[in-house]
Write a protein that binds this ligand. Structure first.
Ligand code: NAD
Length: 251
């Protein structure tokens, strides 16, 4: 049976670990030709021998590299903008440098990648009638929920939702859908780093689990299916929406 993404070309940013990795793996298993990218080339070794996946290092803060990569690839059916960074702290802890870094990585990089991808997506739609799907990584933290010590993170992820709706509105009649996902707390390597940065990591993990009503964290593999759905034509009528997968955090 052909996979749900058979015949589609996908680009995933920050695919080296966590949700980007899980999504790239599930996209490939569903038959997409996946271009898995990450700032850290060593992490991309995890894709060695995986069918349908080719890898290339890509720092999404490097505008020229993002444009060159998208230019070199065939038109994208799927662009999954996953890269992002969690700054810990309130407004009092956020320096202008922290602000710029988070906004550049979490929001501006999406603008650059989408701007580079859209012309070829439009041309593909004109030529073939195919629709492209852009999926942006937002978070429960942001316009959905205010969380303590997530000042610039929440600000940036709220902006991702605005960006998503704006792009969706501009191309709703032109063959491009754009949606965002909003995960709750997901057990990924960077979450482990955030937990280990606390003086008492055991207590910190307990706190992260406590804010999840199901009493556990998500696995990255539990977030990937919503991205597969949004990438596939199964979600053909969905655009400009935010899909929360948060274990009940926002009930
Ligand atoms: P992670 O944070 O463990 O891994 C992130 C990956 O991004 C790494 O492979 C890293 O090398 C790569 N990366 C970092 N900077 C990059 C750059 N400039 N260019 C390209 N790649 C870069 O993975 P995760 O926790 O699954 O987070 C992925 C995304 O999901 C982020 O946008 C994050 O904000 C968001 N998110 C995470 C959670 C969570 O609880 N983990 C919840 C909601 C949203």
């Amino acid at each position: 049976m052909p996979g749900r993404l058979a015949g589609k070309t996908a680009l995933v940013t920050a695919a080296g670990q966590g949700m980007g990795f899980a999504c790239a793996m599930q996209m490939a298993a569903e038959g997409a030709t996946v271009h898995a990218t990450d700032r850290d080339p060593k992490l991309l070794d995890a894709f060695k021998g995986v069918p349908n996946v080719s890898t290339r290092p890509l720092d999404v803060l490097d505008d020229e590299a993002v444009r060159r990569t998208i230019d070199e690839l065939p038109p994208l059916d799927v662009l999954f903008n996953c890269a992002g960074y969690v700054h810990h702290g309130s407004i009092l802890d956020c320096t202008p440098k922290d602000w710029d870094f988070s906004m550049n990585l979490n929001v501006r990089a999406m603008y650059v990648a989408i701007q580079a991808a859209v012309p070829k997506m439009l041309a593909m739609h004109e030529k073939t009638g195919r629709w492209a799907s852009i999926v942006n990584m937002a978070s429960v933290a942001g316009s959905i929920k205010g969380l303590p010590n997530r000042f610039v993170y929440g600000t940036s992820k709220a902006a991702v939702i605005g960006l998503t709706k704006a792009v969706a509105a501009d191309f709703v009649q032109k063959g491009i859908r754009c949606n965002a996902i909003a995960p709750g707390t997901v057990d990924t390597p960077s979450l482990a780093d955030r937990i280990n940065a606390f003086a008492d990591p055991v207590e910190a993990r307990r706190m992260f689990v406590a804010r999840q009503p199901m009493g556990r964290l998500a696995k990255a593999e539990e977030i990937a299916p919503i991205v597969i759905f949004l990438a596939s034509d199964e979600s053909a009528f969905a655009t400009g929406q935010v899909f929360s997968v948060d274990g009940g955090m926002t009930i």
